[in-house]
Design a protein around this ligand. Structure first.
Ligand code: GLC
Length: 553
């Protein structure tokens, strides 16, 4: 337990840099802003921060279109600002994970510009995926792939040029790299080293499952399309190499994959012992509000990660999905459910990723059409992600709520006029606020975590209620049902997501989770459960089968 790497049980807070804190007053968050608010994050009780891309970029996809991987965009500051931010984070005991975007570059990247100038068949073009079109005069795209952001995944070079097409699984300003090209492989290892040498603790790998496309770029059927460009077997060779790069450095440097895998087993492929340390477990985020659904996710997660010797991660939201308060129905109920789901995921072994604003209970915002910025919206590929990317409200009674130094600053996305009570300052001194709750939850987690085993038991109980047990004597109970649940004798109440008085009195209202400790109450035979999934006889009243999962590294 004591020699576990720092990331195994870390709580990592995702900073969406352009919406976190604005130091220079241009309405856009920046690295100096992040630095100034690091004490807030240390005080919140997280272990690490993950910063979304701050590299030089034309910002067509808000930084996920990188033009220079080794420089900071002027919008966000300078390399010196990055170093200062990293230094302060480390002084405060916070680890720093940065985003790396290997699937594509910006069309402003020197390599893409070189490829355009060099022409068909050149070495410069081979770093990307250029192809001739089909049909008369090559006027049709090389295959039928669709962009994740809407529209075709191919764009043709303009009239007056050689008229090849290039592949972009995202926006047309994000050409996909050719990972079968050795220069691409070498370049990204060099980029990793550039940031590792500066002292970063890890990387979040953007679109980690997309780097390789099926050989020959075949057409896909509506089902087969997905298999033609996601989760190709070759991608794992890259992560084995990255594993070795990370291992050259001290301090348990790590990487976490953003790999949208079809199931938990496919996710676990990315975290085999010689590959990456973590992969986002999006199944928690995708689960419906149901004890059975959460239970299934927990079972499938451990069943998938145990055999590869990895530990799980838990994610409830990020900058790409509708905020959890709104997903769970909005309003008071949505907030209570999101606090309960957060407390439940924090009860689990493994690492939890929290998206900025979760601690404030921010809802999704319906951004007015004229203020929309997201390329997925502009390309017609979805409802758009702007609504979960609104700048954080820090203080004050009107927008932009202390986001930057100036009162009248126009932020890149507008803050709603109704957010005064959600600001950090408003919540900080209120013991009943979401912020105070999360601080208490993280403090409780720190207090009990060191002593807890890496196994969970899921005793079967009342319908609508999820019970998670960890040794010695720790229980988390979540009520997803519509009626209050009479609690068993789980020991002392550590924390509840709401209604603490009722919970202390033995009743768990709907949409509530609570943690209990009962030192030395667990039968010794359970202590012997080791790696892998197995069933043991239940010992508590009700007595159905109990699943035991372990994630010992
Ligand atoms: C990832 C990012 C998302 C971005 C996309 C393309 O899914 O999380 O924000 O738009 O990759 O880089």
């Amino acid at each position: 337990m004591t020699d576990a790497p720092w990331w195994r049980d870390a709580v990592c807070y995702q900073v969406y840099v352009r919406s976190f804190a604005d130091a220079d007053g241009d309405g856009l968050g920046d690295l100096a802003g992040v630095r100034s608010r690091l004490p807030y994050l240390a005080g919140l009780g997280v272990d690490a921060v993950w910063l979304t891309p701050f590299y030089r970029s034309p910002q067509r996809d808000h930084g996920y279109d990188v033009a220079d991987h080794r420089d900071v965009d002027g919008l966000f500051g300078t390399l010196a600002d990055f170093d200062a931010m990293l230094g302060t984070a480390h002084e405060l005991g916070l680890r720093v994970i940065i985003d790396i975007v290997p699937n594509h570059t910006s069309d402003d990247h020197a390599w893409f510009q070189e490829a355009l100038a060099a022409g068909p068949g050149s070495a410069a073009r081979d770093r990307y995926l250029f192809r001739n079109g089909r049909g008369r005069g090559g006027s049709l795209p090389p295959n039928n792939w669709r962009s994740v952001f809407g529209g075709p995944a191919w764009t043709r070079l303009p009239e007056g040029s050689d008229r090849e097409w290039y592949l972009h699984l995202f926006d047309s300003t994000q050409p996909d790299l050719n990972w079968r090209n050795g220069e691409v492989v070498g370049e990204f290892e060099s980029i990793l080293r550039f940031w590792l040498d500066r002292g970063v603790d890890g990387f979040r790998i953007d679109v980690a499952h997309g780097l390789f496309k099926a050989a020959g770029l075949p057409d896909g059927t509506s089902r087969g399309l997905v298999t033609a460009f996601w989760n190709q077997p070759e991608v794992h060779h890259v992560y084995r190499r990255w594993h070795r790069v990370l291992a050259e450095y001290d301090g348990d440097r790590m990487a976490i994959a953003e790999a949208w895998a079809p199931d938990a087993e496919a996710m676990a492929q990315y975290i085999r012992r010689d590959e990456l340390q973590q992969a986002f477990n999006f199944r928690w985020l995708e689960a419906a509000w149901s004890a059975a659904a959460f239970r299934r996710v927990i079972e499938e997660t451990f069943a998938a990660v145990d055999p590869v010797g990895a530990s799980p991660t838990w994610v409830l939201s990020n900058h790409d999905v509708v905020r959890e308060v709104t997903r769970y129905g909005g309003g008071r109920q949505g907030l209570e459910r999101s606090k309960a789901a957060t407390l439940t995921m924090l009860a689990m072994p493994g690492s939890a990723y929290l998206y900025q604003g979760t601690e404030l209970g921010l809802p999704q915002v319906d951004v007015p059409e004229e203020a929309r910025q997201d390329p997925t919206w502009l390309r017609g590929g979805g409802t758009g992600r702007d609504g979960c990317r609104i700048p954080l409200p820090w203080s004050g009674s009107e927008p932009p709520y202390g986001f930057g130094p100036g009162a009248g600053v126009k932020t890149w996305l507008p803050l709603p006029a109704s957010w005064a009570e959600l600001s950090v300052a408003a919540q900080e001194t209120d013991p009943a606020s979401t912020l105070s709750f999360l601080r208490r939850a993280l403090a409780s987690r720190r207090r009990v975590l060191a002593g807890l085993g890496q196994q969970v038991r899921l005793p079967r109980g009342s319908p609508g209620v999820l019970v998670i047990e960890r040794e010695p004597g720790f229980t988390c109970v979540l009520n997803c049902g519509s009626r209050s649940h009479r609690l068993g004798a789980y020991g002392d109440l550590l924390i509840a997501s709401a209604h603490e008085d009722q919970v202390a009195g033995g009743v768990l209202p709907p949409d509530t989770a609570a943690w209990f400790t009962r030192p030395s109450a667990v039968p010794a035979n359970l202590l012997s459960a080791r790696l892998g999934r197995r069933t043991v006889n239940a010992h508590e009243k009700g007595g159905g089968p109990t699943d035991v999962f372990s994630t010992d590294l």
